[in-house]
Design a protein around this ligand. Sequence first.
Ligand code: C2E
Ligand code: CA
Ligand code: CA
Length: 696
Amino acid sequence: MNASYDPRAADCLVDACVAVETEARYRDLPPAPSDRIFAVMENGQLLGIVSERQAALFPDRIFADLLLLRQPPTVAATTSLEQTLARLEEGPWDSLPVTNDEGTFIGVVTRLSVFRCLLQREQASRERLASTIRLLEEELTHHRMAAAVFEATSEGILVTDAQARILYVNRAFVETTGYTLEEVAGKTPHVLSSGRHDEGFYRAMWGKLLSEGRWSGEIWNRRKNGEVYPEYLHIDVIRDKHGQPHRYVGVFSDMSRDQEVQRQLYDLAFHDPLTGLPNRALFRERLTAAIGHAQRTKERFAVMFLDLDRFKEINDALGHSAGDALLQEVGQRLRSTLRESDTVARMGGDEFTLILCGMEHEGDSRTVARKVLAAFDRPFQLADRELRVSASIGIACFPDHGDNAETLMRHADTALYAAKQGAGSRWCVFEPGMGRRASERLELANALRAALDSGEGLHLAWQPQVHLGDGRVVGVEALARWVHPRLGPISPARFIPVVEETGLAPKFTAWLIEAFCGDLKTLLLTQPQDSLQFALNFSARSLHEPLLPDILGEQLGRIALPPGRVEVEITESSLMGEDSVQVRTLQRLHELGVQLAVDDFGTGYSNLAYLLRFSVDRLKIDMGFVSGMEHNVHNRKLVEAIIRMAESLEIEVIAEGVESETQRQMLLQMGCRKAQGYLFARPMVMAEFMHFLGAR
Ligand code: C2E
Ligand code: CA
Ligand code: CA
C-alpha cells in the first residue's frame, strides 16, 4: 500500500464473481463455499447480474429468467469510490457491474467491497496522515463516508477489534437485533448467541475465519427481546500491516422473513424438539383457547398432568438416550390413545399435559384417565430391553376446578401430587383442600425429621390380638405413635405417608426396629410370654432397603428373641411390586424365619399366586369388611370367602377392627379363630400392656 493509494471501482472488485451463460441453471453449478455473484453473459456481453441468494431461491430456472429485476447501472473502472457509492444508492441493489476503458465487463463491486476498500483507504490514509492536517481532514471525510455506507446498507454490520469486542454497529444491526451500540459496545458477539449452536460450531467458524480470512453461513442468533432468528452472516478479517487480525467485520441479513424459515421458527418456538409435541408455550395457548371456546359453548373439558413414576431412576440407570427414547415412545402412545382434537404436550422432563375436550359427564375424565394409564400396561421396548413404566395423573376440570389457565394448571398439578402419594399407577381428580395438604405435609416432614433425630415424641402402642373362642391373648401388634410438639398426637395414617415420600423411610424403619426391640426387651425381662406372637408393620417403601433383614436379624439377636416369634405385616401392594430389591428383601425376611402377614387384606388386588410365592403365614381381614359385615350381605360373603380361601391354602386369618359382640359371634361362626379390635383392647403403651397381661 503506497502513500498515494487512491482506490477506484476497479480496485474493489469482488473475488466471488462468476460468469455464467444465459441458459445455465444454478442447480447445475458446482457448490462454492462463499457467497457468489453471477454475471450472466451472452456472446461476451454482460446481460446482468444475479446474487447467489436470488439464484438459490430458483435453482431450476435458467439465469436469463432471473434477470427480470431492474438491473443496476454499470460503472467505469476508474470511477471514484464516492461516485460508486452514489450509484449504489440509486436503486435497490447491493452490487454494480464494472467495465474497463474498452467497455468490457471486468467484474462486480458490492457495498461490502467498496466499504472494505474504504476501510483500507482509511487505514492507508491513517499511515500517511500522521503528519499533515490536509490528510487528517481527508481521513475524516473517509470516515464519515464509511459511516454513511455503514448506516445506509440494509444489512446489519458489526465491527469488532482483534479480541472480538464490538466497536461499531450500524443502524440495520440495531433494527435487527434490538440492541443499541451503547448496549453492545465492548461486549463480544456472544451477546447475540441463541444457544442453538454447540461449541464445535463456533470453533469451526473461528478456525475457518483465521485460516481463510473469512467465513460465511447461516447462524441462529437471539434478539434482545429473546426471539431467536436465522441470519446469513459473512465475516471478514481485516489485518494490520504485520498481518495480524486487527478488525473483524460481520455483515448479516435477517432471514426470518422468509416463509419456510417462519414455519421452522414457529415449530421451534412451540414444539418440543425431542417428542415433536407442543411445548409449554403452545400448551398455554391451547388452554386459553379451550377456555374461551368452553365459555361460549358452555362445554366442559379436563386438564391432565401426567408424569412417569421413577423416571429419574430409569434415566440414571439406563442412560439419557434410553430416557429420551422412553419419552418419545410415551409421547407416541399418549398421542395415539387420544383423539385428534385433544392436546398432548410435553412440559419438559417427564411431565406431559393433556387437554381433553367434550368431558360432558362427571365420569368422563376418569374414563379417559384409565384409558391413558392403560397405555402404560404394555412394556416399553428400549434398545434390547423391555421396561415397565407406570405413570400418575392429576386432573382438573373446567369450570368446576378453575376458570382460568393458571388455576387449572395449578390444580391439576396439586392433584398429580396427590396421585403420586398412592402406590403404583394412579390418578386423582382435584379436590379443594389438596393444596393445603401439600404444604401441611412439608411442615409435618420437617417436624418428623426432627423427631426421628432426637427420638422425642415417638413411641409404640401395642394392641393385643386374641383368640376368639376363649379370649386369651395370642399376639400383639406394635403401632407407631407420634405426638407433634404443637399439634399433639398425629395419626400414623397421616404421618406414615409423609415418611415414605420424604426419604425418611430408612430413618423411620431403623427407629421402629429399635423401639420394637427396646419395648420387647422390657417385656421379656419380666414375663417370658412364650406363646405370644409380636407383630410390626413394614411399608412397601421400607422393603426397598436391602439391609432391612440384616438389621432386624441383628436387633432380634440382641434381645435373644427367635425370629419365628416375630411377624412382619406388609400390605398387598408390597407383594405385587416388580421391584427386584423388594422381592429379595421379602425372600430374605422369610429366610431369616420371621412370619409374614398381609395387612388390610381384601383392599388391594393381590391374587393367590402372590400369597403362595412369598409363603405368607397370615391374612389380616381389613376392618372395613369386618365393620360392614353386620349390615351388608355382600361384605359378609366376602369375609366368608376370604376365610375359606385362606383355609384351603393353609394360611391363618385374623380379623381386624372387631368392635362388637355381634361381629365376634359372626366371625366365630365363619371359622375365624383370631381377632384384634377395640372390643378386646385398644393400643396401649408397653407399661400398660404389661399390666394388661398381668391382670389376666
Ligand atoms: P393397621 O396396621 O391396619 O393398624 C390397625 C389400625 O386400626 C390402628 O390404627 C389401630 O389403632 C386401629 N384399630 C384397631 N382396632 C380397631 C377397632 O376396633 N376399631 C377401629 N376403628 N380401629 C381399630 P393406627 O394405629 O392409627 O394405625 C393406622 C395405620 O397406620 C396402620 O393400620 C398401619 O397401616 C399404619 N401404621 C401404624 N404403625 C405403623 C408402623 O410402625 N409402620 C408402618 N409402616 N405403618 C404403621
Ligand atoms: Ca398392621
Ligand atoms: Ca390393617
